[in-house]
Design a binder for this molecule. Structure first.
Ligand code: SAM
Length: 290
């Protein structure tokens, strides 16, 4: 059965009494070229474990199962489970887990299903409504994956890859770039999905850095500083940082001076190194008060 077609999706809907859920971000892929790009981008080897987020009716899952040692697909929608059991029946190396990915310990999945495999690849055509939380969860949880190939709304992908000085540069860019490098694999038009969303997409490859690019005294304070700085992005840093870690304006100005950052600059002009320098000064100040 050719899974990636609008008529297959219609047929499955009818036979299983299934209704596509807008609120779960169910926009299914119907273009073999894009499916191939994602699978080839993931460079799946026969001794790899593939974790797929949101398999839908299994278009990517089936292709991954052809190549990988093992595939674990995490799908929140109970209604899709019997469908996946049918569409993936020929693959004995696939396990479908009916769970919310945001409440799933991915490292525990890797430990549970990874026996006999070497590499770990994460793939997925992510539901739009929770793209950012999913990406941040994978990174913050320190998931032991070699690469992450995920499709998302183009606008979010642009924000992830953005550089200082650009409008799209923000806390998400700094956070993701702290953990990994991001490569744009392909832009995807909205026309290849059923139903058609009202946004275009991009497939990104995230390569987790073997070592962090900056040295931080305290990671939590780094993220608080970044978030605080961008929280009021039109304000100068000496104003935007007020409240972060309990700083008042004179303290914020003093810390910026010590970090050698002009207090009238805005967060959107700071690169990763400058954010790290600033956050380390905030940490030193905070520790000095203890
Ligand atoms: N991979 C399929 C494809 O490309 O055709 C489906 C992609 S669709 C954009 C997103 C999928 O993620 C849907 O199957 C949806 O039910 C599932 N999903 C939504 N929220 C989820 C969550 N929190 N955890 C796991 N899966 C989720």
């Amino acid at each position: 059965m050719k899974l990636y077609s609008a008529s297959t999706i219609r047929d499955i809907e009818e036979r299983h009494g299934f209704h596509l859920s807008k609120s779960l971000g169910q926009n299914f892929l119907t273009d073999k070229g894009i499916i191939d790009e994602i699978i080839e981008g993931a460079d799946i080897k026969e001794d790899d474990l593939v974790i797929e987020i949101g398999p839908g009716i299994g278009v990517l899952t089936a292709e991954a199962a052809e190549r990988a040692g093992k595939v674990v697909a995490v799908e929140i929608d109970k209604g899709l489970i019997p469908i996946l059991n049918e569409t993936l029946a020929q693959y004995d190396n696939v396990t479908v887990v009916n769970k919310d990915i945001l409440k799933t310990d991915i490292n525990a999945l890797i430990a549970e299903y990874g026996a006999g495999t070497k590499g770990v690849k994460i793939i997925g055509n992510l539901p739009y409504y929770i793209t950012t939380p999913i990406v941040m969860k994978i990174l913050e949880d320190g998931v032991r994956a070699d690469s992450i190939i995920i499709m998302m709304q183009k606008e979010v992908a642009d924000r992830i890859r953005s550089k200082p000085g650009k409008k799209t540069y923000g806390a998400l860019s700094v956070a993701v770039q702290y953990y990994c490098t991001a490569e744009n694999l392909i832009d995807v038009p909205r026309t290849v999905f059923v139903p058609q969303p009202n946004v275009d997409s991009t497939v990104l490859k995230l390569n987790i850095r073997p070592e962090r690019p900056v040295e931080l005294i305290d990671e939590k304070i780094f993220f608080e500083t970044v978030k605080g700085g961008f929280g009021q992005r039109r304000k100068t840093l000496s104003n935007a940082l007020v409240g972060v870690c309990g700083m008042d304006k004179p303290t914020a100005a003093e810390i910026l001076k010590t970090a050698d950052i002009d207090p009238i600059r805005r967060a959107e002009t700071l690169d990763l190194n400058e954010f790290a320098r600033l956050a380390n000064e905030v940490t030193k100040w905070k520790n000095s008060k203890k």
